[in-house]
Write a protein that binds this ligand. Structure first.
Ligand SMILES: [Zn+2]
Length: 283
């Protein structure tokens, strides 16, 4: 776990999402929870090593299973955007199935004991546009934007100049565009770029500054400009999309992992084309 400012820590080493910890006068606040139950146990130890304050809230940036899987291990006081509440049910069911498998397996007893607490609770606090927590020394603003998923929200802590962006920002991996809405996603990136922050925490991979948000905004601009041509190339000619900026190579991927860019590009182009033509048709 990395200490990035006076009161904020981030763990970027787990296979699921990045997990954040904010230490405030009114208790500790977590951002997301580890995907693997073993990592939830590990993170609980890491929390103890930096603070003995209770976890008073846990905020998720979206409903996806890799962000919410071990929420229940830490607290029932989950904060989630209203548009994520329905889709969260899928993650709740898959967490219950995973728990059953682990309990039936021959893993260590400590893990089996912990699994009993690892459900995905329904959120305790549900907000629509924006919610602010006055935590004494720090203010935590939770802002809904949509984009990567319907309920995607960013969490901004002005006193520490930090924003947690969830999967609306990626650093090197190709973005997951399968549920993306480009118009709101691009607007979210513009909002993030205008924040007074030094640290931008993406949903996965290393802590960064605003540069990846600029890069993704440019990528989306190129994608939109070329949507019709790319759609034709991908779906009629089965070609890997190319454009002036060579979109398919825009995000180099993670070393040692297969780059999903080509396959993801075909999906991205289809979604962009559909949204783009739906928008033009409505005028
Ligand atoms: Zn997500």
């Amino acid at each position: 776990m990395e200490k990035i400012t006076e009161n904020i820590y981030v763990e970027t080493g787990y296979p699921g999402t990045n997990v954040g910890l904010i230490i405030t006068d009114s208790g500790s606040v977590m951002l997301e929870s580890p995907y693997m139950p073993e990592d939830a146990l590990d993170f609980a130890e890491k929390i103890k090593s930096v603070s003995d304050k209770e976890i008073v809230y846990l905020i998720n940036t979206d409903h996806h299973f890799d962000h919410v899987a071990t929420n229940g291990f830490f607290t029932q006081n989950i904060i989630l955007n209203e548009l994520s509440v329905g889709p969260l049910e899928i993650a709740r069911i898959s967490a219950q199935e995973r728990a059953k498998e682990i309990l039936a397996g021959d893993g260590p007893q400590t893990l089996k004991d912990a699994i009993q607490k690892m459900d995905v609770p329904r959120p305790h606090i549900i907000f629509s546009d924006e919610l602010s927590l006055n935590m004494g020394n720090l203010t935590i603003h939770v802002v809904h934007t949509g984009g990567h998923a319907v309920g995607t929200s960013f969490i901004y802590i002005p006193e520490e100049k930090v924003v947690f962006c969830g999967d609306n920002v990626v650093s090197t991996r190709f973005p997951y565009l399968g549920q993306g809405v480009y118009r709101t996603w691009a607007a979210a990136l513009v909002r993030i770029i205008h924040l007074d922050v030094d640290y931008v925490i993406p949903g996965h991979e290393r802590v960064c500054d605003k540069e990846p948000a600029h890069k993704l905004l440019k990528f989306m601009g190129d994608l939109q400009e070329n949507a019709e041509k790319l759609f034709y190339e991908v779906h009629e000619k089965h070609k890997v999309p190319q454009s002036d900026s060579d979109l398919a190579k825009f995000f180099p991927g993670i070393e040692g992992w297969p780059n999903p860019a080509e396959q993801a590009m075909a999906e991205a182009v289809r979604r962009m084309y559909e949204q783009f033509s739906a928008q033009s048709a409505s005028f």
